[in-house]
Ligand binder design. Structure first.
Ligand code: AMP
Length: 506
């Protein structure tokens, strides 16, 4: 019986100690080293913090080091929360306010940077911990701490955009990750022979599939150098050089390759076995380009929000689609129930009727960290069964069944969007813009056709001026691609900004 994810690392390090586990541009690590490094980090945490079930922040550039830190935190009986090193300081401060961590793991180079944030706790410097000899003596204590973990303990908290400007910390337990990883490895028959090319940042939930299905099976995880996503031919060459056979990317990353016709120059037909994707709509027009060039690869569309541990439905592509057809998001994963509920909370079963996709199962997050209101709004009692407490998660995604009984994603119910694979609440951008003193009214819309964020303002400011000032508050990917000055902001009958009218200006 498995109580925590570390049992996989223990098992794989014992079975395949010399197998390469992790690879980045500067470092590569075997499973033995992965485990040893993690145990050292855990020993240092127990020494410094002496507590379990606490959030520990990892503030390190994307690398092998981040994963060793994650596992170190897990071994110590605590839970990890990564912070993107490119995130604006105001947003980091908001996350720290929610999380109230007592400990941060960082590198020597990044330690001074953290000084600008509102944090007064302790630091562990990654390189120093790994170089220290005495940490190895802590192994007994570390294993004891790991043995005390039960599967309902948290493994991580990942932050997503929040409409009020406060990012929401999604709490996920060991059990949810075990459940999901078992499904992934069985369904896609992942084995020690496989090599993954990881695209997802480690603060984004798609990375869960990469991290844990490799660790469980003894497969290898290679971090794709970020710069290659703007050089598609080099990206494909890298896949061939590294002999990567499995990728799980956001559709935007796959589209970099198909739009720029990179396949003409590199043949991956003897390299790639599986192309999985999740996180946003995958247009068939782009997928068809992949399929034409690599017809023997297994393609699968996974769907799900961070709140249900990465994905809850899947569709293994098994037939031809026209460029303008929708690719299904498919059927529920094992041990997960999908309930499509209409506006009266009645179950939708017939094809063509629209409802909200709601999820029931082990995959559900325990809620948003330190945020009972938002948790209560999204994780609600199952309306179809009121005799005992049972939570479902309301995704806010509108879907319908097709004639084959497969789910089709239609749109969002609210103002959450996906832009280049990033989940964004338009309200977060509006909150940041309206904090500028000269702005009284503003509204943000997404122009789907041009894939750009449009900000409507009641003051005449250029995109550059706005970008410059918002950069301190919101991440680069949230900055508006177009700014429109409205001398008279249109209002609806309730006196609110008329979003429908504004859409005409897109
Ligand atoms: P995140 O929490 O960042 O994974 O974002 C979750 C949201 O991304 C979902 O609620 C959907 O709106 C969208 N999404 C995820 N996967 C898919 C997919 N395969 N097709 C369409 N939209 C998706």
């Amino acid at each position: 019986m498995q109580a925590n994810v570390l049992e996989w690392l223990e098992g794989t390090a014992a079975r395949l100690p010399d197998r390469t586990a992790l690879w980045d541009e500067t470092e590569q690590m075997t499973y033995r080293e992965y485990r040893e490094g993690s145990v050292k980090i855990a020993g240092a945490i127990l020494d410094t913090l002496g507590q379990s079930k606490c959030p520990i922040v990892v503030y390190i550039e994307k690398s092998v080091k981040v994963l060793v830190s994650f596992m170190g935190i897990a071994y110590s009986g605590n839970f990890y929360s990564p912070i993107d090193i490119d995130m604006p300081s105001q947003r980091v401060d908001r996350i720290l306010e929610v999380l109230q961590p007592k400990l941060v793991i960082t590198t020597r180079a990044l330690r001074p940077e953290f000084g600008k944030f509102a944090f007064s706790g302790e630091f562990l410097i990654y390189e120093d911990v790994l170089a220290a000899k005495e940490q190895a003596d802590m192994e007994g204590q570390v294993l004891e701490a790991a043995n005390r973990i039960i599967d309902t303990d948290l493994l991580y908290v990942l932050f997503t955009s929040g409409s009020t400007g406060i990012p929401k910390g999604v709490c996920i337990t060991h059990r949810s990750v075990i459940d999901y990883t078992d499904w992934v490895t069985e369904t896609f028959q992942i084995s020690r022979e496989d090599r993954f090319g990881n695209q997802a940042p480690f603060y984004f939930d798609n990375s869960i599939l990469d991290i844990y299905s490799t660790m469980k099976t003894g497969a290898e995880l290679d971090i794709v150098p970020k710069k290659l996503f703007s050089q598609p031919v080099r990206l494909l060459e890298w896949i061939r050089e590294r002999q990567v056979d499995t990728i799980f990317w956001v559709p935007s990353a796959l589209m970099v390759v198909s739009k720029l016709k990179a396949f003409r120059n590199v043949d991956l037909s003897h390299t790639l076995k599986r192309v999985l994707f999740c996180g946003e709509v995958m247009p068939n027009k782009q997928l068809n380009i992949w399929r034409r060039h690599l017809p023997d690869v297994l393609y699968a569309n996974l769907y799900g929000p961070t709140e249900i541990t990465d994905a809850c439905t899947y569709y293994i592509v098994d037939r031809e689609f026209q460029d303008d057809e929708s690719l299904p998001i498919g059927i529920p994963m094992k041990n997960t129930e999908i309930m499509v509920l209409d506006s009266e909370d009645c179950l939708v079963t017939e094809a063509g009727t629209v409802g909200e996709l709601c999820v029931r199962g082990t995959s559900l997050s325990t809620g948003y960290y330190n945020n009972p209101e938002k948790t209560a709004a999204a994780f609600v009692q199952n309306p179809l069964q009121t005799a005992y407490e049972e939570k479902i998660y309301r995704t806010g995604d509108l879907v319908q069944y097709n004639e084959r009984g497969e789910l089709i994603y239609l749109s969002r119910k609210d103002f959450q969007i996906k832009h280049m694979g990033h989940r964004i609440e338009l309200g977060e951008i509006e909150t940041a813009a309206s904090s500028l003193p000269e702005i009284t009214m503003c509204c943000c819309l997404y122009d789907e056709k041009k894939s750009r964020i449009v900000l409507f303002l009641d003051k005449e400011l250029t995109r550059e001026e706005i970008g410059e000032r918002l950069r301190a508050m919101i991440p680069e990917y949230m900055l508006p691609g177009r700014v429109v000055y409205m001398e008279d902001m249109p209002l609806n009958a309730n006196g609110k900004i008329d979003r429908v009218k504004l859409k005409e200006y897109l």
